[in-house]
Unconditional design. Sequence first.
Length: 354
Amino acid sequence: MKKIFALITSLLFAVFCLTACSADSAGGEISVLYYTFSDTYISSVRAALDQTLNDAGLNYNDYDANSSQTTQTEQVHTAIAKGASMLIVNVVDTGSDDAAQNIVNLAKAQNIPVIFFNRSVDESVVTSYDKCVFIGTDYEMAGHMQGEMIGNYLLKNYDAYDLNGDGKISYVMFKGQEGNLEAIARTQYVVEDCNRILQSAGKPEIEFYDSANTNKYLVDQDGNWSSAAATNYMSTILARHSTSSNNMVELVIANNDEMALGAVSALQSAGYNKGSGSVTIPVFGVDATDAAKAKIADGSMAGTIKQDGEGMAQTIKTVIDNFNSSALPLTNIDEDNIVGSWRVNVPYSEYTGE
């Protein structure tokens, strides 16, 4: 009898321990892992998500990978060891599936839900785990919308933008990162859609300013989509191209607002885009950051595509709530924004300040 009693006691203790461990896990921090805190758009998502999680009284911790996948992977290990209840991941390495798949495998082994956001993760990675979703945008749409915006903008006063008087518009393209699907799509579709609109109106295609550059873009070699990279490139361009030499670059297209703002900085240092009395080169970005909106308001930038940071944060919160309540992950999400059962696209919109 004593042996039976001891066995029952041991079993009850084991059940208690498992229950306690499960409760500790459920109450662990929500670990939010950002590819870098220095990205302006990501900072807007972070501010909105922090506010949303604070308002909900949820325990969370933000991690800055500072653009290092090695650092972020170490942070994932740390978060899991601390008993994280959920991983919210803005993955660093988008050039291959390896990093994201590794994160999924680590989380899956501990039954921890994963929400990837903003930076693209392949469907095969997300669907390899039933507690994983991706929240982003239809990144091809950003390129299409930017191209349409630019094409229509140029047609409004084409001759005024043709500063060199050669019947064509020369442009420079700033690409945020090699291998990044968003950057690839924005770089491709903005030009294709702009050209389609121009051709339909009987105008020639826009022409990359440097015929020797077969890529037809200048890329941030560090992959940070940074204003500094665009400023450096634009300053070098302006040393050779100007209105006085009749070879000025007549249009600036950037994959994001930070690079657009970097280009504006260089243009203003050279005497352009400074308001009344100065020649203004149309500059377009993506994100609709506050800084870009201010430049659009003062006329030194022409337009941007709004990537909704608050909408991104609210969608992440909805999915967090679904995981916490054991509901289907995409419950209470607008059906128009859902792709399959693995992805949510937060809509874009044009922003010209009008």
